[in-house]
Design a protein. Structure first.
Lengths: 101, 101
């Protein structure tokens, strides 16, 4: 599977982040055509103690081609724009092929 | 599932990184007791173009408790020490609970 990853640093106010993220941003994300699965990781720490990261969202597509097609849609652009609006200073995006090892 | 994530920045020499990672580090990692699944993502880019990240390894455990038990083992300590040895300047670790959204 091909996935897009959104990795968010810990926000100052986790409560308002969660409210917006799950109440507004996730419903926008789930409208993206071709999106097959979404996994969330609530980051609780690191081997050194606290982590600077707070949440990771993994968005799965059937292939890189399917992801590229999805990225051209209005729904994808709206979700991306929304992420930058509410968490532009916190989020890092990257993508790639996932496989079992 | 509970997972530990190792996120590696792009190394200067990807060929020697891959050789060590898959030839030496991954076999050490897979010896960790309680480790149920390993997923690798070869990061190929970001919406802005290149990504500073190169590879993400996700290591799955049945629960946080199982992960904590695993972390106490010699095998886990050896794998962690090895990661710091060959990629201490590239790797970031974090962990948390993963769930579908």
């Amino acid at each position: 599977m091909f996935k897009m990853v959104a990795l968010y640093k810990r926000p100052e106010n986790t409560e308002s982040f969660d409210e917006y993220y799950f109440g507004t941003h996730m419903p926008l994300t789930k409208k993206i055509p071709g999106l097959q699965d979404v996994k969330i990781t609530k980051i609780s720490g690191s081997p050194m103690g606290e982590s600077e990261y707070y949440l990771m969202c993994e968005m799965y597509y059937e292939s890189k081609q399917a992801f590229k097609e999805a990225s051209k849609t209005e729904e994808s652009k709206a979700a991306g724009k929304d992420a930058m609006k509410f968490a532009g200073n916190l989020v890092t995006f990257f993508f790639g092929e996932e496989y079992g090892e």
